[in-house]
Design a protein around this ligand. Sequence first.
Ligand SMILES: Nc1ncnc2c1ncn2[C@@H]1O[C@H](COP(=O)(O)OP(=O)(O)OP(=O)(O)O)[C@@H](O)[C@H]1O
Ligand SMILES: [Mg+2]
Length: 265
Amino acid sequence: MQEQSTDIRPGEGRPSIAIGAQNLAKRFGHVQALSDASIAVRSGEVVALFGDNGAGKSTFLKMLLGIVRPDAGHVTIADEQVELNGVRDAQRRGVDCVYQDLAQAPDLTVVDNMFLGHELVRPGLGRLFGGLSRNEMRERADQALRDLSIKLPSLNRPVSDLSGGQKQAVAVAKAVMWSSTAVLMDEPTAALGARQSEIVCDLFRTVASKGLGVLVVSHDLPRVLKVADRVVVLWRGETVLDSAAAELTVPDVVATMVGYQKAAS
Ligand SMILES: Nc1ncnc2c1ncn2[C@@H]1O[C@H](COP(=O)(O)OP(=O)(O)OP(=O)(O)O)[C@@H](O)[C@H]1O
Ligand SMILES: [Mg+2]
């Protein structure tokens, strides 16, 4: 298991670029999903990735995670140009993701879900979680949730008992628990109501304050724009905007997303 991240001043002992990509391209058959996509997420920074349906956002994230291999361009993790062969490669470099479907097992407890997919299997001993006892696992999960000020009724109840926002918060805490460099999120508030979306958006800032790079794909422009440091817009597979969030309004972003104007980067 990787070290738990602790509160540090952003930039201190951290890579400058937590995760980034330069000039990525990807074609699926006749579809040019990405043609020239670039991004840089610095440690301690929240970057919003916006774009219309089909602009290539999810494909972009999958390339940063090693799930999809680029036809051209390259990915940078912790200031190093990397070639990723699968998501385990990205995880080994301290990058994890919150997927839209959350990939949670509803009948398992919060604690078990936070370790799901990270267990070590040892012959004859069954599933061991990095050699941790149940108590240690519970303590790690509890600490990760407390680090983000997430309060849940119980860690020993199945996640199916939680609200949508609480499930999402558990998914974020899990990704942070297993990350030391960057956390990527694809539509983390898509299934949530207004109040729960606000809480999850506030979590992005808390995660960044731990020194991690945070990259959020979202269609919830007003909320995500408020908590982002930078905004990148993809338009038909191409990065057409990369600006400080404070310089942008929602109508600016929408105009760029639908291709009415191409703002200078
Ligand atoms: N595995 C695949 N095979 C073929 N085409 C694909 C594949 N993955 C994505 N595409 C196509 O690539 C384009 C970009 O898709 P992608 O899912 O990255 O868009 P998106 O920006 O995430 O859209 P949305 O906002 O709807 O989630 C789309 O035209 C999509 O149909
Ligand atoms: Mg998508």
